[in-house]
Design a protein around this ligand. Structure first.
Ligand code: ASP
Ligand code: MG
Length: 440
């Protein structure tokens, strides 16, 4: 029996015991499937806080937080199971995970141990859920992601390894229809525990779906798919029913929180539809992402905060070749990706969202010319039909935003998006103006 679909449930979908129980009817149809689970919502954040405390040598504070989390999970066990053997197993499971975490308070803390601690959230949620199914006599197996999910030396999925190993593991359980596994966690090139970065469970689901060539990858959250604007800032947003892979990738990358930006790619390469579904409204069709593109003047708007802009000015740039290469090499040396670029003959502006090396990058750039840095910027991305032979769309956007200072504009890079840079203080206003003028 082939695996038909991957169903990934995010942190809020397993966020409490009612929500966990509510997943049962969703996964018990006759399709053979992989169920990818995140950690219960809030858990990974708590684990990050604990590792931060351990890095800062605040061992006592870390122990307090570990015990608080342990108590919360014992309560989850109490609420989740109704029979004695499963209650007992549940409490033992929680203690074994928290004893393990607690052990790290006794040692010098390293990156390796941090990753091992962060993995506990998904290891716990999947075990709890697997045991819940067992208690209900629903057959399922728990396939450890650490047995097949792996990244290479550049941190990219090692597809060859993953495909070989997941298929080998699945052969052992050929008669099982429900296969549960952890999102987010993996091994690195040394075989150590690692992860696919925050929010990475979506990415796990997409990678698994791609290597198994399933019919559909489903990402279940608590909202019915991509909205045409950010519902946290704008009223009357609407669900977008269909998106192309390219459009979804732009929206995910430029701020729409619903999907991890990297997760579009594995599905796109194998042309596997991705469906975003809502666990609170399972009958809602959600958003379907495919290679099909239904062109609309404007489809959606998203915003990405935490952007820094660097403006470099140099007369040496005038009619020179090789200048941009020198600029880019500096970003490369600090492994910092560039998002937006805009150039004139003697100046160039670039944005980055990872400001870890901002001051070093600025310092190195000063060797090339004068450099200005501004933080607290936001990229607004408008997804729609911006093929360069068309007229009319760009002016409408600028007209809508004529009261907002636009600090950079990126047009012509992609046929399906325009990006603008603004001060973060103007974000809410900009999103509202765009909704009012483009969608209402
Ligand atoms: N639990 C991980 C996180 O919070 C992965 C995920 O939820 O996708 O980042
Ligand atoms: Mg997520």
């Amino acid at each position: 029996m082939n695996i038909v679909k991957v169903m990934k449930f995010g942190g809020t979908s397993v966020g409490n015991t009612d929500r966990m129980r509510a997943l049962i009817p969703l996964i018990t149809d006759s399709d053979r499937k992989i169920v990818v689970l995140s950690a219960m919502s809030g858990t990974t954040n708590s684990l990050v806080e604990i590792t931060d405390l351990l890095y800062g040598d605040s061992v006592n504070d870390a122990s307090v937080r570990i015990e608080e989390l342990r108590v919360r999970y014992h309560q989850v066990v109490e609420d989740l199971y109704s029979t004695e053997p499963f209650l007992k197993t549940g409490h033992e499971l929680i203690d074994s995970h928290f004893d393990y975490i607690n052990n790290f308070t006794l040692r010098i803390f390293t990156k390796l141990q941090e990753k091992a601690i962060l993995a506990q959230g998904e290891l716990i949620s999947t075990s709890l859920f697997h045991n819940l199914l067992k208690e209900r006599n629903i057959k399922s197996i728990l396939l450890p992601a650490l047995n097949f999910m792996r990244i290479d030396k550049d941190g990219e999925p090692d597809y060859f390894y993953i495909e070989e190993n997941i298929n080998r593991e699945l052969k052992k359980h050929a008669s099982n229809a429900i296969i549960i596994t952890q999102g987010f966690i993996c091994r690195n090139v040394y075989g150590e525990i690692d992860n696919l970065k925050r929010g990475g469970s979506d990415y796990s689901a997409s990678i698994i779906g791609a290597v198994l060539k399933v019919k559909e990858i489903q990402i279940w959250t608590d909202i019915s798919g991509f909205h045409n604007n950010d519902p946290r800032y704008v009223e009357k947003t609407k669900v977008i029913r269909e998106l192309s892979f390219d459009e979804a990738a732009e929206l995910a990358y430029f701020g729409a929180k619903i999907l991890h930006p990297s997760s579009v790619n594995p599905a796109r390469v194998k042309n596997i539809p991705v469906r975003l579904k809502n666990t609170l409204e399972p009958d809602d069709e959600g958003t379907l992402i495919t290679s099909n593109s239904v062109l609309l003047d404007y489809k959606a708007v998203a915003a990405k905060d935490g952007i820094s802009v660097l403006r470099i000015r140099s007369d040496r740039m005038l009619m020179a070749y090789g200048f941009l290469r020198k600029v880019f090499e500096i970003f490369e040396a600090y492994r910092t990706p560039i998002d937006m670029i805009s150039t004139s003959e003697v100046a160039i502006s670039l944005t980055i969202d990872n400001s870890e090396y901002l001051s070093q990058i600025a310092k190195d750039l000063r060797e090339l010319g004068s450099v200005e840095v501004e933080e607290n910027q936001t990229i607004i991305c408008i997804v729609g039909d911006f093929r360069i032979e068309r007229t009319g769309s760009a002016p409408e956007i600028f007209e809508a935003l004529n009261t907002i200072p636009l600090k950079m504009i990126s047009y012509g890079g992609s046929p399906n998006s325009i990006s603008l840079l603004i001060d973060t203080t103007n974000k809410t206003e900009a999103l509202r103006l765009l909704s009012r003028n483009l969608f209402e």
